[in-house]
Ligand binder design. Sequence first.
Ligand code: A2H
Length: 253
Amino acid sequence: EGIGPQEYTGIKMEVIDWSPAAKALVEGKVGGRQVFLVAATLRPETMYGQTNCFVGPSIKYGVFAINETEAFVCTHRAARNMAFQGTVTPRGEVNQLAEIPGSAIIGTKIKAPYAIHPEVYVLPMENVLPTKGTGVVTSVPSDSPDDFQVLTDLRKKPDFYKIDPTWASIDPVPVISTPTYGDMTAPTIVKQLKILSQKDTKQLAEAKEIAYKEGFYNGTMLVGEYKGESVQEAKPKVRESMIKGGVAFAYAE
Ligand code: A2H
């Protein structure tokens, strides 16, 4: 991370069906608002390949009123940051409508904007940092080594992670091609580095670095409105298009 703020894209993932545990905590508290899980990403151009979403099971989340009609699920810290970035009306207000532990959100069904599979489930990721972004991570296993490895671990041991295997049933989707790693950049690098689980944090950090550089400098879009364009060209266009369409917003910290 360099000097100055990190510019994320906040992705709005509308709740379609709460898990029973979340429903019990949220029902009757949102004043008829549409509720969204919001994920902070540095790679908006990969959103076509979302297969699920991650929350930290031991992180505390809130449902925050963003205005009269919408509410966001994120950490309190992120809600406070958003309140001063033009996202929240009235400006500066942190209005928490409900509190939910990450563990209760797992199994919730949400909309994944721009994704080829438009409905996905929320799954647990142990390494989600409560101090970064919104605490919600949208999962693109084709291009994110972390996402790929966690999804692989969950599929191997659904009972251990207390998930319904159908929540993790969407396969990685090819969305970007790179000359060195083909159309499955993250899975290919994870295999080459012989990474076996999400506990291999050192190798995963290396994989993340390689995948990020390769995708950004050498990637070509395989899908979407900017198919055939380089990732460098497409990235700001996808971001703008999502923001204009009301499914994303600028988020900095
Ligand atoms: B990225 P940086 Cl396809 N804890 O989005 C852990 N990871 C978090 C997080 C948190 N609280 N909040 C966001 N992130 C992830 C897509 C993606 C991402 C791809 C490839 C690489 C990649 C899909 N997941 O990130 O530390 C989010 O995952 C690698 C850099 O601020 C976000 O972008 O540099 C990225 O980490 C932000 O990481």
